[in-house]
Design a protein around this ligand. Sequence first.
Ligand SMILES: [Zn+2]
Ligand SMILES: [Zn+2]
Length: 259
Amino acid sequence: MICPPLTITFLGTGTSSGIPMIACECEVCTSTDKKDNRLRSSILVQSDATTLVVDTTPDFRYQMLRAGVKKMDGVIFTHPHKDHIAGLDDIRAFNFFDDKAVNVYANALTQKALRNEFHYVFAEHKYPGIPNIVLNDIDEDFFMVGDIPVQPVKVWHLHMPVLGFRFGKFTYITDANRIEDDEKEKIKGSEFLVLNALRKKKHISHFTLQEAVSLADELQIPQAYFTHISHQLGKHKEVDAELPANRCIAYDMQQLFID
Ligand SMILES: [Zn+2]
Ligand SMILES: [Zn+2]
């Protein structure tokens, strides 16, 4: 499947608490370097014709304003954890200007959480002004959002299956600590790979920075970027400088241009 040229924007690169974390006075949370400010993890994927977002974080409203997003053709969800779905209600602003439902793509596990947490969106008698969405089932099969081809990649977040997504030469994987060999095959050949890398110290459900670097090397990915960062990782400038060539810590509003 032909993938059009894409612009990727990191809308947020922080772990569930964001950076700075509320009430924290550590050197990362009090840093004056803008790259140490991280909203919750999400990306914007844009072709000339299509705009989609992966996950709607608690910071979704501000992320849309900050990136100047004017239309939304699709929302794709990775998994039902709060830091990845909480902002869905604010999708309704796009309904006001577009007067049509926004397509939401989620697997059964995530759909169950959406129906729970946003019950009013699915009510039989709807209150005016609530989000107008259409739920589309996805699992492990390829699908299209407008002119953008999407290949799901199943990864593991401790015991929870999470979906990563490959868009042509670019693959985005957040919230994983293990990937099975069959799924690694789907990532191979990507020129750009985003992986979650929480911190340096071992964690039960996220890759560490070293694990993420090793995986990018194992899969022979030319350019890798790390996201879902904890304040425990350290300052962007210092940690990024320690990494090998073409292995980088992503930062908020960083853009990648994929031809
Ligand atoms: Zn997360
Ligand atoms: Zn998670």
